[in-house]
Design a protein around this ligand. Structure first.
Ligand code: GUN
Length: 294
């Protein structure tokens, strides 16, 4: 029987641990961690994600600041980032992606003060991650590594196929899964939408991680018996039977793939909650000035 990787419960345990640390910080009269989030535009999913991040900050006792605009030019955004970079009360800053098309994401990421870049997207942090030095690790990959660890899933020598090459998930995860140590030491293939036949790769995968945003892309015929499946896809599919008007679907045809798996994440309740707790852990390390030391 497959084991469901329960990110929701794991995240609750981690949040309780963070909340305890915040209590200890308060008791010693130190400054509580403070996360700022910049949200530009009206992408509905981004609004939900950021709302959830701010809500979770409140749950664990962090301070949070939401900086929100319907639209903004790149120069104005860089000036806001400068202000946050200089604000000593703020420990961590995220700029929610995707950004409106007229803003160059790499320019924005380059502008973040690396210590406050709790997404781990700045080239300095990304380079340190590749070199296996202490740094901020992007939140979704960090959450996935934590799930693999909590369920003691073997990664060394395993064939890991990642579908999706994004800066947020696939690209950093390919580095992390191939690095030395645990979880890591895997043999990694990175596929994307240009890969001619992803089934050739997915059918051989011991660990399959999908982050492409195409509901039902991974069918039962595309995986082998005993595979570990991590589904990062989260797409709103219209559903008139639901009050909100949509259902969240992963990239994996869950009902048919699940019986072949040794482990599988559900959507929702798998990777999503782990992403938010990872962001909080990065913010805590930034507040404690531990980003480049441990
Ligand atoms: N959009 C979707 N996931 C993320 C994330 O982890 N960080 C940022 N900044 N934007 C996102």
């Amino acid at each position: 029987m497959p084991t469901i990787l329960d990110g929701k419960t794991a995240a609750q345990v981690i949040k309780a641990e963070i909340a305890q640390k915040v209590e200890a910080i308060k008791a010693s009269n130190k400054k509580i961690p403070h996360l700022a989030a910049i949200l530009i535009g009206n992408d509905a999913a981004s609004h939900t994600y950021v709302k959830n991040k701010i809500h979770t900050c409140k749950e664990v006792g962090f301070q949070s600041t939401l900086i929100q605009y319907d639209d903004l030019g790149e120069r104005a955004l860089l000036e806001i980032i400068d202000t946050v970079n200089k604000n000593e009360t703020i420990d961590g800053l995220i700029v929610q992606l995707p950004l409106p098309v007229h803003i160059d994401v790499q320019n924005v990421v380059n502008h973040l003060k690396p210590e406050k870049d709790v997404d781990g997207f700045h080239p300095f942090n990304y380079g340190r991650m590749a070199c296996q030095l202490p740094t901020h690790i992007p939140a979704t990959p960090l959450g996935i590594l934590e799930l693999l660890k909590r369920y003691k899933i073997k990664t060394a020598g395993q064939y890991c196929v990642i579908v999706g090459k994004s800066r947020i998930v696939g690209a950093p995860l390919s580095i992390l899964m191939s690095r030395a140590g645990y979880p890591g030491n895997a043999t990694v293939t990175l596929c994307d939408k240009l890969t001619r036949d992803i089934g050739i790769f997915t059918r051989k995968a011991d660990i399959l991680i999908t982050a492409i945003g195409k509901p039902g892309l991974i069918t039962a015929a595309m995986v082998k018996e005993g595979v570990v499946v991590i589904d990062v896809g989260i797409t709103r599919v219209p559903d008139t039977t639901k009050k909100v008007g949509f259902t969240l679907k992963g990239d994996v045809d869950f009902d048919n793939v699940m019986p072949k798996c040794s482990y599988i994440t559900p959507v929702p309740g798998g990777v999503g909650p782990m992403t938010v707790t990872s962001l909080l852990l990065n913010t805590l390390r930034a507040a404690q000035k531990k980003v480049y030391s441990e």
